[in-house]
Write a protein of this length. Structure first.
Length: 231
């Protein structure tokens, strides 16, 4: 996204990529040494980031990051503090879970993908609860932006639907994503053993039930961006 913003802004603008993990910044610098990159932690007040930027920002884009902060409202407040008058915060959080599979796959009980989402949700709740100093945010992102002092709060949801039939590359990407999710949830014991057995068959290229043999894999998901303006 830093690359995309830098391209749009051109030579008269400045796009700065920020992440809390120094290792990620190092890896990005190796691949894109021309990008302007900084390290900052959303669990702080971002004072060092404001100092490094040198001037208020016209736009702050935060994607799938604020939900990792212990106090999400405080993190959004800090991001708003980076903006100048008339600046905008665009917060990409939420949307709809991706859908790829038929409800009944002929292996295990129907609804495997729905139960996978439910397991993911339980993992997310445990992750949030386990953050040091975690603070619940019992309201939505739009209200979060309003409480941070932004006006003209709105949201835009983009639907992503790949043309059918999917290409081999797209199918492989779907299978890789599913395998990653299963491997991620397996150690936590959040999947029913029968469902786990079904997933192991569906993701095994040597099994007759392998998903890669099916012609009904699809790709449908949605992403929401919440926006607000600083007075």
């Amino acid at each position: 996204m830093t690359r995309a913003l830098a391209t749009v802004l051109g030579p008269d603008g400045r796009a700065v990529g920020v992440d809390g993990e120094p290792a990620i910044i190092t890896a990005v610098k190796e691949r894109a040494p021309d990008l302007d990159l900084l390290v900052a932690d959303l669990d702080g007040d971002l004072a060092d980031l404001r100092l490094a930027l040198g001037e208020p920002a016209d736009l702050v884009w935060a994607s799938a990051s604020v939900h990792h902060a212990a106090d999400q409202q405080a993190a959004v407040d800090a991001l708003v503090g980076l903006l100048g008058a008339g600046g905008r915060l665009a917060l990409a959080e939420g949307g709809l879970p991706a859908r790829h599979l038929a409800w009944d796959l002929g292996v295990g009980d129907p609804g495997l993908e729905v139960r996978l989402d439910a397991a993911q949700d339980r993992w997310f709740a445990a992750m949030r609860a386990g953050l040091p100093g975690a603070v619940r945010m019992p309201y939505g992102w739009g209200e979060c932006l309003r409480r941070a002092g932004l006006t003209s709060v709105s949201a835009r949801t983009t639907l992503f639907e790949r043309e059918l039939p999917l290409t081999d590359a797209e199918v492989n990407r779907v299978l890789d994503k599913l395998a990653h999710r299963i491997d991620h949830l397996r150690p936590a014991g959040l999947l029913d053993p029968a469902d786990l057995d079904a997933w192991d068959r569906l993701l095994d290229s040597a099994d007759t039930a392998w998903l890669g043999l099916r012609e009904d894999i699809y790709w449908l998901d949605a992403r929401t961006v919440h926006m607000g303006v600083k007075l």
